[in-house]
Design a protein around this ligand. Structure first.
Ligand code: PMP
Length: 401
């Protein structure tokens, strides 16, 4: 994977006079030149508002935007482009489902199952919905090594369970949750299943039909694409029955002051001018990783993760969180006697970018009995040399305390 580093101009820059070691990929990935070029090209040579224009540029921009939808469909193996809704990102996708699915399908007393390792963006929208609907949230617990307790999961189902929402991969523990199996259990109980793919789509092949999930969410910026664009995949028959999330242009068929009818899918959920520059650049990013091969990327990142876990476990005073053997691309940790914020700040001075804090997963922090953690996370361009640099830097910080 070393040869791909040259596609990412930012990786050759220095910080504080040192080579950048970028290990904050779970927060956002760096962008290959082709993605940045796609944004420039769109603005320099195609830019026009999509869908409504009769003129040449508008038609070309529309073609690109819709071609991007097809690229996303293929990438996640959705059945139809009607099932691919462009959003601002995972957070908006989850809010859309909570608001719109909640409106159509959830009644007072209905239950939604979440897990203790959910990102705040898969918790708070459901709490917001609770202000409108008296739904009950149930939470799947986990074991100390960071696996969901599947027996406890099965016991959470009641005749009122309507939906399960679960991170495919935890952004803190790196645990790859057994989505296919969990979706089957949900379906056996008559419930639907949403997989938050924010941390899986960038790292492995994610096939919505194979996983048999009813909804999937992800963000463009975590899969080498631009910020501000993301995707909601939803089964067509469900999206058909869900009301619009926002109102405005693009999402209507006909408007009078008395009565408005809505556009067909997926436009019903895409009010306003869409991010057609972002969708095009996202498609270029997905084509880029597809050309490398998601399975190759996954194998490389799993190797890096296993290497990092082994090397870091050997550091005295090291506490690693999430020790599932096949975990993915994320290593969260604390060093005895060093506050994670201090560690992050010291590593930064050595050119190493990691993230520290609660990682938008405060219930998980509480479960682990800590306020925060340090987190290194990997992408296709990271190397074992960079992990060696991280380990050496941590050792150096330890000696300072
Ligand atoms: N879910 C998970 C598992 C995540 O890791 C993230 C981003 N950290 C999100 C949701 C939210 O993604 P975004 O901020 O791109 O909307």
């Amino acid at each position: 994977m070393l040869s791909y580093r040259q596609d990412f101009p930012i990786l050759s820059r220095q910080v504080y006079g040192r080579p950048l070691v970028y290990l904050d990929n779970a927060a956002t990935t760096q962008k290959p030149r082709c993605v940045v070029d796609a944004i420039t090209d769109e603005y320099y040579s195609v830019n026009a508002n999509v869908h409504r224009g009769v003129h040449y540029l508008s038609q070309q921009a529309t073609e690109r935007h819709e071609a991007a939808r097809e690229t996303v469909r293929r990438f996640i193996n959705a059945r139809s482009t009607s099932e691919v809704v462009f959003t601002r990102g995972t957070t908006e996708s989850l809010n859309l489902v909570a608001s719109s699915f909640g409106e159509a399908f959830l009644h007072d007393g209905d239950e939604v199952i979440l897990t203790v390792m959910e990102h705040h963006s898969d918790i708070v929208p459901w709490q917001l919905l609770q202000q409108r609907r008296a739904i009950v949230l149930r939470v799947v617990p986990m074991t100390d090594d960071g696996a969901l307790d599947l027996e406890a999961y099965e016991r959470l189902f009641t005749p009122r369970t309507r939906l399960v929402c679960c991170a495919h991969v935890s952004n803190v523990l790196g645990t790859v949750n057994p989505i296919r199996r969990m979706a089957r259990i949900a379906h056996d109980h008559g419930a639907l299943f949403l997989a938050d793919g924010a941390q899986s789509v960038p790292h492995m092949t994610v096939d919505v039909q194979d996983l048999d999930c009813d909804f999937l969410t992800f963000s463009g910026h975590k899969v080498y694409g631009p910020t501000g664009i993301g995707v909601l995949y939803g089964r067509e028959d469900l999206l058909e029955r869900m009301p619009p999330y926002q109102g405005g242009g693009e999402m209507i068929s006909r408007v009078t002051f008395e009565h408005t009818t809505y556009e067909r899918l997926p436009y019903k959920f895409e009010a306003g001018t869409p991010d057609y520059v972002g969708s095009h650049a996202l498609a270029v990013a997905l084509d880029y990783v597809s050309a490398i091969g998601m399975d190759r990327i996954a194998a490389h990142e799993r190797r890096l993760t296993a290497y990092a876990m082994e090397r870091m476990a050997a550091i005295p005073g090291m506490q690693l969180y999430g020790t599932q053997p096949d975990k993915d691309a994320v290593v969260a940790f604390n060093i005895e006697g060093i506050h994670p914020l201090d560690l992050g700040t010291l590593l930064d001075r050595l050119g190493i970018a990691i993230r520290t804090g609660h990682h938008c997963a405060q219930p998980l922090m509480a479960r682990c009995g800590v306020e925060g953690m340090a987190r290194a996370s990997f992408a296709l361009y990271n190397t074992t040399d960079e992990i060696d640099a991280l380990v050496a830097a941590i050792e150096r910080c330890r000696r300072m305390f």
